[in-house]
Design a protein around this ligand. Structure first.
Ligand code: ATP
Ligand code: MG
Length: 187
């Protein structure tokens, strides 16, 4: 019997983004710190395995765009680097509690800019807002104001990944599809 629908008409296009994923120990520590910051609140913490730093959000893309994005990622020659997480803050409008750095390291900016440049060649419209490197630790965190220093945590970053976001009833689930090594820094 001929199927009424083809797979392409029933399978939604995957929702993809490029990101940096912290090691388990660091994610657990950030989760704990968010818990301390949010005591007594109604905010929703991001579970440790979901904590990440987004480099570029692609949205729902088809197979040919994904191929182009992967080629763009493979062409990147950015260096590995250390990100020092030393601040925690809250954006009042979005209610996002985040961890981040006082200064975005040069190699991180280089990585984001190279990705955006490569993706632009795939027809991608890069984010217009200035890049704000952060890890979202909680949402609906409206009871926290401003930012404050936290005990610095060093994060050695030597790879980036392409991730698929699956919307599930119990919350987002992220699947790493592929990752790319960053080159060792020149000495
Ligand atoms: P949910 O939307 O279900 O609450 P989520 O925001 O974690 O979950 P996605 O919406 O798939 O999951 O987003 C994946 C990542 O991309 C997150 O880090 C999110 O903050 C970021 N992101 C989503 N939309 C954008 C956007 N328009 N611009 C920049 N980053 C985005
Ligand atoms: Mg979202």
């Amino acid at each position: 019997m001929t199927p009424v629908t083809t797979p392409s008409s029933t399978t939604p296009t995957p929702r993809l983004f490029f990101a940096l994923w912290p090691p388990t120990e660091l994610s657990r520590e950030l989760y704990r710190l968010a818990g301390n910051a949010l005591r007594d609140g109604s905010a929703r913490r991001v579970v440790p395995e979901n904590i990440h730093l987004t480099l570029a959000f692609l949205g729902s893309v088809d197979a040919s765009f994904r191929e182009c994005a992967e080629r763009a990622a493979s062409a990147i020659r950015s260096e590995s680097f250390t990100l020092i997480l030393e601040q925690m803050g809250c954006w009042p409008k979005s209610g996002i509690l985040w961890a981040g750095s006082a200064q975005t390291p040069g190699p991180l900016l280089h990585l984001v800019q190279s990705l955006n440049a490569g993706l632009t060649g795939c027809g991608f419209e890069a984010e217009k807002r200035p890049y704000a490197a952060h890890l979202t630790l909680a949402r609906k965190a409206h009871q926290i104001h401003g930012s404050r220093a936290i005990e610095p945590h060093s994060w050695e970053i030597n790879r980036f990944c392409l991730v698929q976001s699956h919307a599930r009833q119990e919350g987002a689930h992220y699947e790493t599809l592929r990752s790319w090594e960053l080159k060792p820094p020149a000495v």
